[in-house]
Ligand binder design. Structure first.
Ligand SMILES: Cc1ncc(COP(=O)(O)O)c(C=O)c1O
Length: 445
């Protein structure tokens, strides 16, 4: 039976992929771009405008990954483009301080009251790696608690996955990570405060920090559990335990920062953290990360204190310009931006879920503002173990069928989808119509 879906022609993209494979492992400079999890050939992007990507064969697709988060104002947003152009004319880099760094820092600290002082770095990986170093120095302790399914960049100690069980010492999640390093990371199930209590009881006075995605994006989208009768919400519970135990709470808001609210998950759920990491949106599409937090910790950094951390391109003028234009716009227009993101994301996420129900495809929708995941499982999905029950083959069929109709979703069941202010009714309607056809492909197998 021939597919009802009009296929995109990707001849040029396929040729470009073959060429790229000569130079880069898997043809890519970051693994998930290779589409291994969903099958099919990844389109090569030539340009993008607003909510739409144009590939090397001239196909146009609605973008639901937004450069993995940063493009909340849409592609080639004029104020961001102009800011980068202006900065470039004054030279791309000096390796000396500029006023723009404090300008962006001022915006960041206004949005995140938990951040009293900060450092700019060039990626989320650097931000979390540096925050962990600082936490270890501040506490004189070695063990770090993270949660299964949370991704905090690719530094050795954070690449750890736990096996099942409550408080398992980590095993290396990647070849090349020594067991001695992995052994300093405890990976626990998300949304399980008892597991955290058990870990602190098992390692008294040894846990330096608890790091988490306060809204998980990297196992697909999973929200923190709300308070129930007699029990605090998950985030409030973690705050109380870490404070009681003298460990730092590190909120990794690289994905959720500026997305779910201007002040990220910390604002949305009214939680404080000792250290916060940011990335993605804060650079407006250019490489920027942030780690920041309480003065007493941040002032331990060189040149004031004994914790070393540095970067040739940290605070790069082009990146600062893009960040100022993006965060400045979000701050100035927050009253319109966040309700619009909520309404558009609700319409598309729930509209597609309704098509799944109509087609008889089991689906669980998890959504917080403009980040969400359609898990191909009956659910609920409140931790990585439940996310892992998803039918990834069915997700792959859905992904390919959507892309063939010009809807480009993140190419993994375990990645959150995003949209931005450039997405509107036209994109929502086209996406729901495409989903109707795509679920037929899912059911056909
Ligand atoms: C929550 C979180 N932390 C850290 C990182 C690492 O950021 P980067 O890819 O900029 O190194 C990511 C990347 O997706 C992330 O989602």
């Amino acid at each position: 039976m021939s597919s009802p879906i009009a296929r995109q022609n990707r001849t040029r993209s396929q040729a470009l992929q073959q060429r790229a494979e000569r130079f880069f492992p898997g043809g890519v400079n970051s693994p998930v771009r290779a589409f291994k999890a969903v099958g099919g050939a990844p389109p090569f992007v030539e340009s993008a405008q607003g909510a739409w990507l144009t590939d090397a064969d001239g196909n146009r697709s609605i973008d639901y990954f937004g450069s993995w988060g940063p493009m909340i104002l849409g592609h080639a947003f004029p104020p961001v483009v102009e800011a980068i152009e202006r900065a470039a004319r004054a030279s791309a880099s000096f390796g000396a301080s500029t006023a723009a760094e404090a300008d962006l820092a001022e915006l960041v600290t206004q949005c995140f009251p938990a951040i009293e002082k900060l450092r700019f770095v060039s990626s989320g990986t650097e931000a979390t790696m540096s925050a962990i170093r600082l936490a270890r120095a501040a506490t004189g302790r070695k063990i770090v608690v993270k949660f299964e399914g949370c991704y905090h960049g690719h530094s050795d100690g954070l690449l750890v996955k736990a096996g099942s069980g409550v408080a398992t010492f980590g095993i290396p999640g990647s070849a090349g990570v020594p067991e001695e390093i992995a052994g300093l990371t405890l990976a626990l199930p998300y949304n399980d405060l008892d597991a955290v209590e058990a870990a602190f009881a098992a390692h008294p006075g040894a846990i330096a920090a608890v790091i988490l995605e306060p809204i998980v994006g990297n196992a697909g989208c999973i929200a923190p559990a709300p308070a129930t009768a007699g029990r605090p919400g998950y985030l409030a519970g973690l705050r109380a335990i870490t404070t009681r135990e003298g460990a730092l709470l590190i909120a990794d808001e690289v994905m959720s920062g500026f997305r779910v609210a201007l002040g990220g998950a910390l604002e949305l759920y009214g939680i404080d953290a000792d250290l916060v990491t940011l990335g993605k949106i804060v650079g407006g599409g250019l490489p920027v990360g942030v780690f920041g937090g309480k003065l007493r910790f941040m002032d331990m950094l060189a040149p004031l204190g004994p914790v070393y951390q540095a970067g040739t391109l940290s605070g790069n003028p082009l990146a600062m310009a893009a960040g100022i234009a993006t965060v400045g716009y979000l701050q100035e227009h927050r009253a319109e931006v966040y309700p619009k993101l909520e309404a558009t994301a609700k319409a598309v996420a729930e509209g597609v879920a309704a098509e799944a129900a109509r087609a008889g495809v089991p689906l669980t929708l998890n959504r917080v503002g403009s980040m969400w995941t359609w898990f191909f499982t009956r659910g609920p999905v409140t931790d990585y173990g439940q996310a892992a029950l998803s039918d990834t083959a069915a997700f792959g069929r859905f992904h390919r069928a959507m892309l063939d109709q010009g809807v480009w979703l993140p190419p993994s069941q375990f990645e959150a989808a995003f949209l931005g202010t450039a997405h509107g009714e036209e994109e929502v309607a086209a996406t729901i119509a495409a989903a109707q056809t795509a679920f037929q492909a899912v059911v056909a197998g």
